[in-house]
Design a protein. Structure first.
Length: 192
């Protein structure tokens, strides 16, 4: 076999998603945003919270009202203080809602809050991802570490992924929608 790409373990398909394990091992979470928005108290956030769902985690973030009277450098400190107070005051209720959502969707729930440009994520997952990088790719990560942009190769890789996500958001959204259509067709197919 040339190029080192073994095809046998993936049903002969080679590249792309092997399919199946997502549906078999995880309950669907298509309605998680709606369920969480309906489940959250109306007075927690100034508007509708953002609910992001992936295979491991559901992240709920919402905008809090800005503290009055804080300006300049003190506004950042005031926002941090307001977010900290929200975190402490809502802890028990958030834990109860998270337990319900975890039982329903099979994913951990993380929380966050923002005020303007100040955004704080509370306890959330950092999931290890296996990857094999060639020397040129490792050199990119090492350059980011050496330049002080990242603390480690892992941080550098996360930074790169975030940067790509910010600059290709429309394309990634289209790709996710297409994959969702493929998953739907796969579930509607014949049972063998």
């Amino acid at each position: 076999m040339h190029g080192g790409h073994a095809r046998g373990g993936r049903g002969g398909r080679g590249f792309g998603r092997p399919g199946g394990w997502q549906q078999a091992d995880l309950p669907p979470a298509d309605d998680a945003p709606a369920w969480l928005i309906g489940r959250l108290p109306d007075d927690w956030f100034t508007g509708e919270p953002t609910v992001a769902v992936d295979r491991e985690e559901i992240v709920v973030t919402g905008e809090l009202p800005a503290p009055e009277g804080a300006t300049g450098e003190s506004s950042e400190a005031a926002a941090q203080g307001r977010i900290g107070r929200f975190r402490e005051e809502t802890r028990d209720a958030r834990m109860k809602i998270a337990d319900e959502a975890e039982a329903r969707y099979g994913r951990k729930v993380a929380w966050g809050a923002s005020i303007g440009d100040t955004r704080v994520l509370f306890t959330h997952l950092a999931v290890p991802v296996m990857t094999r990088l060639r020397q040129d790719e490792r050199r990119v990560l090492d350059t980011l570490v050496d330049a002080g942009v990242a603390r480690s190769r892992s941080d550098a890789l996360a930074w790169c992924v975030k940067l790509v996500g910010e600059h290709t958001d429309d394309w990634l959204t289209s790709l996710r929608e297409a994959m969702s259509g493929v998953d739907k067709l796969r579930t509607e197919g014949p049972n063998l």
